[in-house]
Design a protein around this ligand. Sequence first.
Ligand SMILES: NC(=O)c1ccc[n+]([C@@H]2O[C@H](COP(=O)([O-])OP(=O)(O)OC[C@H]3O[C@@H](n4cnc5c(N)ncnc54)[C@H](O)[C@@H]3O)[C@@H](O)[C@H]2O)c1
Length: 255
Amino acid sequence: MIRVLINGIAGKMGQEVLRAVESAADIKLEAAVDLKPLQRSDFPVYQDLNQALLQERVDAVIDFTRPDAVLANIETCLQHRVPAVVGTTGLTAEELEDIDKRAEGTDWGVLVAPNFAIGAVLMMRFAAEAARFFPEAEILEFHHQQKLDAPSGTALRTASMIAKARTEQPEGLRIGRDVSAEARGCLADDVPIHSIRLPGYVAHQEVQFGLPGQTLTIRHDSTHRESFMPGVLLAIRRIGEVQGVVVGLEHLLFS
Ligand SMILES: NC(=O)c1ccc[n+]([C@@H]2O[C@H](COP(=O)([O-])OP(=O)(O)OC[C@H]3O[C@@H](n4cnc5c(N)ncnc54)[C@H](O)[C@@H]3O)[C@@H](O)[C@H]2O)c1
């Protein structure tokens, strides 16, 4: 039995993870944490992760909290040597590198996945494949209005994968007197990203590629948060294999 702690249990993703964990025969929810009070009689709910880890013995922490809290949460997991499965977005490459260095020489690991939906992982992979032939790409990402960060972690990761796969550099944005930079999106790894935040959306992304005479569109839609759960359960079951910082579910999915 794998004993887990859900950090951010009162949130939209925390509640979805709770349902998924409760329906998995091999995973037991040992405890949970949230800043918001949550009354449960079947497991203890703490308001502080450090306090929870001092009291409870768990095999993994699952973190779906906030971009401004996630770094401290990972540091707490590292201090307690409890592996972590992190879905919270907003971590920078420098922060992840720093954590990775500090984990050197330990057997501790953290999987950070900007998107746990299998379809989204494939969409990123297909986008990287297309980028070998189409250097010009733009990303449109659509999320619900409560999402705190923009651009999304998935969009930034896609842009970085496109940049690595390119065999030719794109022309880049033409910004001038009549073309404002804001109107052309924000630039990450030379890929413009356009972030839309509207009620009605869950998590959606479209990557558009263009060459003379043709366009190619790769799109993924998460229409419900249950889309993320097979990936989260896979990560919980295999977190023991992860050492240091591993970014992206594909490292578990395709190995
Ligand atoms: N990786 C993925 O597949 C994926 C999918 C969806 C959302 N997300 C990300 O997951 C995160 C959570 O999303 P959400 O929609 O559930 O948000 P939410 O606002 O509904 O929930 C966040 C919860 O975390 C709690 N919280 C905040 N700071 C905390 C702290 N320091 N300690 C403990 N609890 C804390 C809040 O009280 C809240 O209950 C966001 O960063 C979002 O972008 C990732």
